[in-house]
Ligand binder design. Structure first.
Ligand code: TXA
Ligand code: MG
Length: 318
């Protein structure tokens, strides 16, 4: 069983485990991550093993400052601009990888690019202390809902890892936005904690969307799946369904929902993102066969929320 330590006490033990090639669940500002030394192939392999994740998905390498970031990737002026505007924070950049960077090819899945992120929170302190980047996908078994509390990590992965660092609920609640920097162009690979509109405003560059062919677990259709079926943009609640609500007004039949959670009573998208995964887990625990989800607007962080909901609702074939 995993030991759960508060973040105030956990740093020495977390860093010792990372240094020894173990995986440690720890908070970032987005979701809890399952972290391992990104330069140690055996440690990275343990991430895949613990999650049961298919090998071909590349991982994000998390760094603690620009000096570390520049050891692993080439930054052009546009990438630098993004780093200044959004790091540390919930933005991941896919950049050309520096040759002989020392990052395990298991992290990049053999690509010549690398996904880099400088997060906030405990994770950053652990990286600084370790002196090496950590690979950290969300701390959940493959295909399941991402975790935003230590308790949720424990329920999913507690029997498979040694240490969970507890910092309470993560403030952002959805994973980082992933942007590929291609010369002077930007491609949105995954909507997330930084709104696409904010990236466009900070850079003056229009994001290209709808990139296909990547490589992201976040891009597998049935990612983030709860046990229950999820019915999107519901106009009413049917008998026996649970309700994932959004905003002050309820759809018809809401009073007969077997369980209800509201992503944000006031319709605040930031609050809704922070609540998304924990509310899905809680509604799932109600035992309802179907969760009806009220519509969420597509602006700002709504893009990331709707992306996760659509994947959670996608048909599963395994
Ligand atoms: O908020 C987050 O980003 C969380 C926390 C823990 O930091 N981490 C996370 O990592 O979501 P993960 O491994 O679940 O997501 C990695 C994503 C994948 O969707 C993968 O396809 C994409 O990054 N990715 C990684 N390297 C890439 C590359 N070279 N080119 C394109 N996409 C890449
Ligand atoms: Mg994930």
């Amino acid at each position: 069983m995993a030991e759960i330590l508060p973040e105030s006490d956990a740093l020495p033990r977390a860093v010792a485990l990372l240094d020894a090639g173990a995986v440690v669940a720890m908070p970032t500002e987005t979701v809890y991550g399952l972290a391992a030394d990104a330069t140690n192939g055996g440690a990275v392999a343990r991430i895949y093993e613990t999650k049961g994740r298919p090998r071909f998905n590349p991982l994000i390498a998390h760094v603690c400052d620009m000096a570390m970031a520049e050891r692993f990737a080439e930054f052009n002026a546009l990438a630098r601009r993004l780093a200044e505007a959004f790091w540390p924070g919930p933005l991941t950049m896919v950049l050309p990888q520096k040759p002989q960077s020392g990052v395990s090819p298991l992290v990049t899945a053999g690509l010549d690019t690398i996904a880099l992120r400088w997060p906030r929170g405990f994770c950053t302190r652990a990286i600084a202390e370790l002196g090496r980047p950590v690979a950290a996908p969300s701390a959940n078994s493959s295909g399941r809902v991402s975790t935003t509390t230590a308790e949720a990590v424990d329920a999913d992965l507690g029997s498979r890892i040694e240490l969970i660092v507890d910092a309470g609920a993560t403030p952002v609640g959805v994973e980082s936005t992933i942007v590929k920097v291609d010369g002077n162009g930007l491609t949105l690979l995954r909507p997330g904690g930084v709104a696409a509109e904010d990236i466009e405003a900070a850079t003056g560059v229009r994001l290209t969307r709808g990139a296909k062919s990547i490589e992201a677990p976040g891009m597998l259709a049935s990612h983030y799946a709860p046990n229950a079926n999820l019915r999107l943009n519901a106009g009413e609640v049917a008998a026996g369904e649970a309700l994932l609500a959004f905003g002050p007004r309820r759809i018809s039949g809401a009073e007969k929902a077997v369980a209800m959670r509201n992503l944000s009573e006031t319709g605040d998208l930031r609050e809704a993102a922070a609540n998304l995964f924990s509310h899905l887990l809680e509604l799932d625990r109600s035992g309802a066969g179907t969760i009806a989800a009220e519509p969420v607007p597509q602006s700002g962080l709504g893009e990331a929320i709707n992306d996760r909901l659509a994947r959670a609702a996608a048909p599963r074939d395994s």
